[in-house]
Design a protein around this ligand. Structure first.
Ligand code: ADP
Ligand code: ZN
Ligand code: ZN
Length: 730
């Protein structure tokens, strides 16, 4: 009976490929190992997913595997299952999904374990050494002596034997020594506790007990608590248990920016090897970190989104910090997965608990709690005994503005500075001004590639598009009428300048993507704030995360209104999360905090409800609204998105796609519609939404629909992707 291997290859085809086992060593192949195979005229590295008794491919066309690349699987059974599940759930080609899970070097066939060059003395060499040879070559004699005492890695020889290569060549030529490439032996990392940590508060104790009782079995927990309530301390205690049991943990964070602090806290608590995986690593660094995880050397694997695919032998716990964060969703390329959702699935397949932490959980997660699927653990009090901050709205219609800052806000800043507090002013718009306007003819500097205005960057003397990256010189005159132009509106750069004028002599720090390009820039801002040298911090979304400034007592949110009237049904949720997260920056130390939110809509129910009933109250109302409108989590969504250079091609393609397969009665197709910003980076974007109350019919439909879409001639003429559970609609 012919026996074939089923292999995943990184191609756009939605299938596995069959190969015959190699002439020798085929019996040892198990799923999860990589093999090199012929594919057309290429040779590709692929992953063995399984085997079958026979193949649909005629026997004479089956080709054998060229080479087996691994002595043991690179992905364990639970990960193989997870990736197979992800390929189905996200309707993405299985080979591409497996490729996304491996570092590039491994996709190209690099060894899964680090190798090293080792040298040893042969029997003849040992005998020669004993006989006192080689007599007239002291360097050779020294090296032979060293190796006769025991084999050594080339790196050790570099350290111990000075320049030894020439002597080695001579000894090698006489057959006295030999070398080999072998796998570097890595000891599984140990784990010792450096310090015990503080006595837990009752809420923390209950949370640790609940999850600890669940170790060894699948289960999803939501750890809900405001910033500073001690969530990280709960993670640390659970990691301690997991490490004690000789197991390993996977910890996911939304952004690289959050890794240094967490790493510092892990290192302060445990003496144990960590592997850190994030998008800023070079291919070589990523391979090294992956190997440390795969080989079991690392006991804690910490990383951003794609680390959800990291191999972690004897996994004991998965933590997803800031689970509501949009960065967990891959929003580029074809494979648009949610790392948070995959983490939950991974925990289920691996039989380990998953702990989702957040001050502002996503409505999906809260819904899963109400439905009894997740267990909620709440931390109510602030760990460091601080008071929760007091929130107040400032009615922009009733107050004078100076450079975008209302009089009550200016007075509050003065007051807090006078009391030696620090102040955070939040504005989610970088640059100097969002618009460059000609006051004579009304011309506004547009981006040539997007339906968007160019942002003024005064310090740099540039006009930039924040959507496509277009970058040009800042004109002083209107290109249409020749009159002078002026920047209109506020960005963080201008805000920093205006605050400098309002509060002369007060040192101001700014945190946005223009001031923080490298990690050192971020550390610099943090140092200035922590030392008290900087008194006011101006920043975008970047300031909402991490960093604890105990002396920060006032937060001013300059413009809360951007999210109030968006067409995206998730905009209110994001706004509420942002406000709560920014507000959480205030009063983290001993002093009470104050939060001022400037708005033109102080009666908007979202804001009044958020202030009166907190995030909990907001979430309750928002979930009711979602239920009524049949939006997620009360329905399932997928978005088919397309973009093309010509204005109508994307819409035409989506119209054809819509007509390609008739959906069942329960599945609704909404659109196609042009994106709110239809033109971006020179391409015209449009989308078609697929909605259904139930998951199963939606996925059955998508499964039938995609092959029909792929068969459309227009599908090859433009870019399109399917986004299952989209979180950003446009
Ligand atoms: P979160 O992760 O929710 O923001 P952290 O775990 O970072 O909260 O805790 C906030 C601060 O309180 C930290 O400085 C932490 O060291 C401290 N802390 C946490 N738990 C306790 C505790 N049980 N007793 C005293 N201090 C604590
Ligand atoms: Zn003009
Ligand atoms: Zn642009």
């Amino acid at each position: 009976m012919p026996h074939v291997l089923r292999v995943a290859l990184d191609t756009p085809l939605r299938r596995l490929f069959d190969y015959l086992p190699p002439e020798a060593g085929g019996a040892a192949i198990v799923p999860g190992m990589r093999v090199r195979v012929p594919f057309g005229r290429q040779r590709l590295a692929g992953l063995v997913i399984g085997s079958a008794a026979d193949s649909e491919v005629p026997a004479e066309r089956l080709r054998p595997v060229l080479e087996v690349l691994d002595p043991r699987p690179v992905l364990d059974t639970a990960l193989l299952e997870l990736l197979g599940w992800a390929a189905q759930y996200y309707h993405h080609p299985i080979g591409a999904v497996f490729a996304a899970a491996l570092p590039r070097a491994l996709r190209l066939g690099a060894p899964a374990a680090a190798r090293e060059e080792r040298w040893l003395a042969t029997t003849a060499g040992a005998a020669a050494w004993a006989a006192g040879e080689p007599r007239r070559a002291p360097k050779q004699r020294a090296l032979l002596g060293l190796l006769a005492a025991g084999p050594a890695a080339a790196v050790e020889l570099d350290e111990r034997a000075g320049p030894w290569r020439e002597a080695a060549r001579a000894l090698l030529a006489r057959g006295f020594i030999a070398s080999a490439e072998v796998e570097t032996q890595r000891a599984a990392g140990g784990a010792t506790l450096r310090t015990a940590g503080p006595a837990l508060l009752p809420g923390q104790q209950a949370a640790v007990a609940a999850v600890a009782a669940g170790l060894g079995a699948a289960g999803t927990f939501l750890l809900q608590g405001i910033t500073g309530s001690g969530k990280t301390e709960v993670y640390l205690r659970l990691l301690e248990r997991v490490l004690q049991q000789g197991r390993r943990a996977l910890v996911l964070v939304p952004e690289i920016g959050l890794t240094p602090q967490l790493i510092a806290r892990f290192r302060a608590r445990f003496e144990t090897p960590l592997a850190v995986l994030h998008s800023a690593l070079t291919d070589a660094e990523r391979l090294e970190a992956w190997r440390a995880a795969h080989g079991g050397e690392a006991r804690i694997v910490l990383g951003t989104r794609s680390a959800v695919f990291a191999p972690v032998p004897e996994l004991g716990l998965i933590v997803v910090d800031e689970e509501h964060d949009a960065s967990f969703k891959q929003h580029e390329g074809g494979f648009r997965y949610s790392a948070r959702d995959l983490a939950v699935m991974r925990g289920r397949l691996a039989g380990v608990p998953v702990l989702l932490g957040s001050a502002t959980p996503s409505l999906e997660t809260l819904h899963n709690v109400s439905a009894g699927r997740y267990t909620r653990l709440a931390l109510l009090r602030r760990a460091a005994e601080a008071q929760p901050p007091m929130l107040k709205l400032i009615d922009l219609r009733a107050t004078a503005l100076r450079a975008g800052i209302s009089t009550p806000a200016v007075l509050a800043i003065e007051r807090h500075l006078a009391q030696d507090g620090q102040v955070l002013v939040f504005l989610n718009r970088r640059g100097y001004a969002p618009t460059l306007l000609c006051t004579a003819c009304g011309w506004i500097a547009p981006c040539g590639e997007c339906d968007a205005r160019l942002t003024v960057h005064l310090g740099a003397g540039r006009l930039r598009c924040h959507h496509c990256g277009a970058d040009g010189p800042l004109p002083t005159r209107c290109p249409v009428c020749g009159f002078t132009v002026k920047p209109v509106g506020q960005g963080t750069e201008r805000l920093e300048q205006s605050l400098g004028e309002l509060f002369p002599g007060v040192s101001i720090a700014r945190l946005d993507r223009d001031t923080v390009r490298r990690r050192a820039d971020m550390e610099d801002v943090v140092r200035r704030m922590a030392s008290g040298e900087a008194r006011i911090l101006v920043g975008t979304q970047m300031v909402t995360k991490g960093h604890d400034f105990p002396n920060l007592t006032l937060v001013v949110v300059l413009n809360a209104d951007q999210g109030l009237f968006s067409s995206d049904f998730r905009a209110p949720e994001r706004l509420a999360q942002t406000i709560v997260q920014v507000a959480g920056r205030a009063g983290r130390g001993a002093k009470a905090g104050e939060v001022l939110i400037q708005t033109e809509f102080p009666d908007h129910p979202l804001l009044t409800n958020l202030l009166a009933a907190g995030y909990e109250g907001f979430a309750r109302v928002a979930l009711e609204e979602r239920a009524q409108a049949a939006w997620p989590p009360f329905a399932r969504l997928a978005a088919l998105r397309a973009s093309a250079k010509s204005p109508d091609a994307a819409l035409r393609f989506l119209t054809e796609a819509r007509a390609a397969v008739r959906p069942p009665r329960t599945v609704r197709l909404l659109g196609p519609v042009p994106a709110a910003m239809a033109k971006r980076a020179g391409r015209h974007h449009a989308q078609l939404l697929v909605e259904c109350r139930e998951r199963a019919p939606l996925h059955a439909f998508l499964g039938a629909w995609l092959p029909a879409i792929e068969a459309l001639p227009s599908a090859r003429a433009l870019r399109w992707t399917l986004d299952v559970d989209p979180i950003e609609l446009f």
